[in-house]
Design a protein around this ligand. Structure first.
Ligand SMILES: [Mg+2]
Length: 351
């Protein structure tokens, strides 16, 4: 049985800005790009959320909702430095750490000798130390697997701790709305609602086969999640190989022209994801992925090609020609070069 902690900092960028300049605290604050440059909100504090401001919202819209919003530009170097300090605290309890972003990580403390192996007390201690030493708050979730630990960290946010013990899993998951499941977005959730599936208990009444029929390859995963099962290990080496965005269409795209029409919006989403990468990666080859209506699929990449609309159009044309059938899914992505050398990795994990 695993013991997993998911740690998530509360409004991380905004919390650091308020810590470093207390004049910003107590009033609505957003960290992000300038409104006149079509910037978006990266993070905002809870005072701003009370006005309806959210992450990823255009800054112009945020200022309309909350005219008194204070806007500051991100200081990524400062955030990275705090992230490193938080990780140094994590490493006092375990080496098995999987970062998801600067402010979020999974810790596997199954074999930790601290606090008689109590994951709950380790989580309490991490929360106390981050608050005392770094003057920001983190929320923590403790559970027997990653899926539940992540839900748990959100359960008492901000500045909260929520624990799901192994004998509570059954009951907790039964009552869980399906919309809380990783991978269940708006589209899937509303499809489930039409099928009369609202909670995980409803999901459990469906066979694996029925779920595969209704939800394709995601069906089997749903079957497991509905029972609180998630075997994914905490991955210490989570260096990324690529970044991509894909979209499954409600109606198959009939031809290449229809596919090309969707390219600009996919590329825009890809740009947003690329912007979130830290600078230890360099973009390399562009690639496209197509899944045809009969579930056959193909991926095509091109070394040396630029990451512009024209390159992706060319790749898409060539990939489509391999099947020449209606398309159910389109993806665009970029392979990454990892600039963090092996040397630095070893240093990072040295005691
Ligand atoms: Mg966070």
């Amino acid at each position: 049985m695993r013991k997993i902690i998911h740690i998530d900092c509360d409004c991380f960028y905004a919390a650091i800005e308020m810590r470093d300049d207390p004049r910003l605290a107590g009033r609505p604050l957003a960290v992000g790009g300038a409104a006149d440059r079509r910037g978006v909100v990266a993070t905002c504090n809870y005072e701003a959320r009370a006005w309806g401001v959210r992450s990823a919202m255009p800054m112009g819209q945020a200022l309309k909702l909350c005219p008194d919003l204070q806007v500051v530009r991100p200081r990524m170097d400062a955030y990275k430095a705090v992230s490193r300090e938080i990780h140094a605290i994590f490493r006092d309890y375990t080496e098995t750490i999987e970062p998801l972003s600067l402010d979020e990580a999974y810790l596997d403390v199954s074999d930790s000798p601290h606090f008689d192996g109590s994951a709950t007390r380790i989580a309490q201690e991490i929360r106390r130390r981050v608050s005392q030493e770094l003057h920001i708050t983190v929320s923590a979730g403790v559970a027997p697997n990653k899926f539940l630990a992540k839900i748990a960290s959100d359960w008492r946010k901000p500045n909260g701790l929520f624990v799901i013990t192994p004998d509570q899993v059954e009951e907790f998951v039964a009552a869980l709305p399906v919309s809380k499941l990783h991978g269940v977005g708006k589209v899937t959730a509303s499809k489930m609602e039409r099928l009369g599936i609202v909670s995980c208990l409803d999901l459990r009444e469906r066979s694996k086969l029925a779920l595969a029929r209704d939800f394709g390859s995601f069906g089997e995963r749903l079957w497991s999640l509905a029972r609180g099962i998630d075997e994914r290990a905490v991955q210490v080496d989570s260096r990324r190989q690529s970044v991509s965005v894909e979209n499954t269409f409600d109606k198959d795209l009939p031809d290449l022209a229809a596919c090309l029409e969707h390219l600009p919006e996919l590329l825009q989403q890809l740009d947003t994801r690329m912007a979130r990468l830290d600078d230890s990666y360099r973009p390399d080859k562009p690639f496209v992925k197509i899944k045809f209506h009969d579930f056959s699929q193909t991926t095509l990449e091109q070394a040396g090609a630029r990451r512009d609309l024209e390159s992706y159009q060319r790749l898409l044309g060539a990939a489509f020609a391999r099947g020449g059938k209606p398309v159910r899914l389109l993806g665009v992505g970029v392979r990454l070069l990892d600039l963090r050398g092996r040397h630095e990795q070893l240093e990072l994990f040295a005691p």
